[in-house]
Design a protein around this ligand. Structure first.
Ligand code: SF4
Ligand code: SF4
Length: 388
C-alpha cells in the first residue's frame, strides 16, 4: 500500500504523528519533527551529535517532549500554523497525510518507532537558485561571498554532514518511508552508500525531491527498484522564464523532459512542486494553469516565507497586485489568499534588502528581472538602490 494511501486516522486537531515517529535532518546537524519547523535560533532541537551518543533516546529532549505534550493537550503550536492554514483552506494538510500513513499511537510524550526519515545527504548541487543559499548548495558559495561583500549578512559555510554515521544509530527496522532532499540527491556521491544502509528496502517508500536536471545512472536506477515504491517531487518554480530566472542554471524544457522520463520509469503519483518568491510570484497564475492543463503530474505550491525574498514582507500595493493577478478560477486562489491573510506583514527593511538583492544578482548573472516581473522592474527604476 502506498505511504499516503492508508485509511483516514482521526485524531485531535493538534496531534501530529510526525512528532512521534519522524525525524527531519537540518543543514546544521540537528533534527526537527518535520520540514516545516523553522530555523532553531534557540538551539532546542536534538543534535546529530546527541543521536551519535545516545541513539534515538536523544529524540526525547525537553523541546520534543514539550511539543508532544502540547499536541496531546490540544495546544496549537505556531510552528504548525501552515498545516492549520491548509486545513482551513480545504487542502489536505501534511499533518492529516502523516496521521493517515504513520502507525504511532501518540499515547505518551516519548518518541515511538522511526517510520519516516527526511534527510539530506550533503549540499552538493548543480544549481544556484536565487531563494537558496550556500548552506544547501555548493554552487552558491561564490554568490554568497559576493552578497556578503555587499553588506548582506550571509555566511557561506562548508557544511559537514554526518548523515551516514548517524544512520547507524537509528533503529531503521520500522522505516516506512524516506524523503531525500538536497543539495541535489540524484548527483550525490553518498546516494548509494545511504540506500545500502536501509535494512528492508522492499518495505520502504522512497520520496525523492529533485531539481529534475539529471537522470541518474543505471546502478542507481536499479537500486531504486529494490524499494517498495519510488516517488519523485520535481522542483520546478513555474513555467519557462519564471523557473529559469529563479532557478539559475536550470532549463524549464529540460526539467520537464527529465520529469516525464523518470515518471514513466516508476509508475506513481509523482508531482511538481513550485516555490514562489517575490521574484517569480507573478508567474503563479499562468504556471498553475499550464501545469494543470498539460501535465498529468500532481502539483503543489509553496510561498517563500523565511527570508527577504518572501512576498509576505512586501508593501501592501505589491501584495494586492499579487492577489489580483490570480484568477478567481485558479485552484490555488483560496489557499494563497488565506496565506497572505495569515502572514502578510510589510517589513520595509526586508523589502529594501530584497530590492538590493535583485539589483546585485541581476548584475552578477547578467539577467533582467523586468522579463518576468515588470512591476518590480518599475519599482527598481523608481528607486536609487544603494549597493555600496
Ligand atoms: S502539524 Fe504540520 S508542521 Fe506540525 S509537526 Fe505536523 S506536519 Fe509538521
Ligand atoms: S536545487 Fe535545491 S539545493 Fe540546489 S540551489 Fe536549488 S533550491 Fe538549493
Amino acid at each position: 500500500m502506498d505511504f499516503f494511501a492508508v485509511d483516514i486516522y482521526r485524531m485531535k486537531e493538534t496531534v501530529c504523528k510526525f512528532a512521534w515517529s519522524s525525524v527531519t535532518s537540518t543543514m546544521v546537524n540537528t533534527f526537527r519533527p518535520c520540514c516545516r519547523f523553522p530555523f532553531d535560533d534557540k538551539n532546542q532541537y536534538p543534535t546529530t551529535d546527541q543521536v551519535l551518543l545516545k541513539g534515538q533516546q536523544a529524540l526525547n529532549n525537553a523541546f520534543m517532549t514539550d511539543l508532544r505534550k502540547d499536541m496531546l493537550d490540544g495546544v496549537k503550536r505556531s510552528e504548525c500554523s501552515k498545516c492549520y492554514v491548509e486545513e482551513e483552506s480545504g487542502i489536505k494538510s501534511m499533518r492529516q497525510k502523516g496521521n493517515e500513513a504513520l502507525s504511532s499511537e501518540c499515547k505518551s510524550v516519548e518518541f515511538e518507532n522511526l517510520e519516516f526519515l527526511e534527510i539530506s545527504l550533503d549540499n552538493l548541487c548543480n544549481l544556484e537558485c536565487r531563494m537558496c543559499e550556500s548552506t544547501f548548495s555548493t554552487k552558491l558559495q561564490q554568490r554568497d561571498k559576493f552578497l556578503q561583500n555587499n553588506g548582506f549578512y550571509i555566511q557561506p559555510i562548508n557544511v559537514r554532514y554526518k548523515t551516514l554515521e548517524m544512520m547507524d544509530k537509528f533503529d531503521l527496522t520500522h522505516l516506512k518511508a524516506i524523503k531525500m532532499l538536497g543539495g541535489e540527491p540524484l548527483i550525490s556521491p553518498n546516494l548509494l552508500k545511504f540506500l545500502d544502509k536501509i535494512p528492508y528496502p522492499h518495505l520502504v517508500d522512497l520520496f525523492i525531491v529533485t531539481n529534475a536536471t539529471t537522470i541518474p545512472n543505471e546502478t542507481v536506477l536499479e537500486k531504486f527498484n529494490q524499494f517498495k515504491s519510488v516517488k519523485f517531487t520535481f522542483s520546478i518554480d513555474g513555467i519557462y522564464q519564471f523557473n529559469d530566472y529563479q532557478r539559475v542554471g536550470s532549463s524549464f524544457e529540460s526539467s520537464i523532459g527529465n520529469s516525464l522520463f523518470l515518471s514513466q520509469m516508476y509508475q506513481n503519483n509523482h508531482s511538481i512542486h513550485s516555490v514562489y518568491s517575490s521574484l517569480n510570484i507573478f508567474g503563479l497564475n499562468d504556471s498553475v494553469e499550464w501545469f494543470e492543463k498539460y501535465m498529468t503530474l500532481g502539483l503543489s505550491i509553496d510561498i517563500v516565507s523565511c527570508n527577504f525574498l518572501s512576498p509576505y514582507n512586501s508593501p501592501t500595493w505589491y501584495a494586492e497586485a499579487i492577489l489580483d493577478h490570480i484568477s478567481p478560477t485558479n485552484s490555488f486562489k483560496n489557499y494563497v489568499s488565506n496565506l497572505f491573510d495569515q502572514y502578510h506583514n510589510y517589513q520595509p527593511e526586508e523589502w529594501n534588502k530584497f530590492l538590493k538583492f535583485v539589483k546585485l544578482t541581476d548584475d552578477m548573472y547578467n539577467t533582467d528581472i523586468g522579463k518576468i516581473n515588470p512591476l518590480l522592474k518599475n519599482e527598481l527604476d523608481k528607486l536609487t538602490v544603494n549597493v555600496d
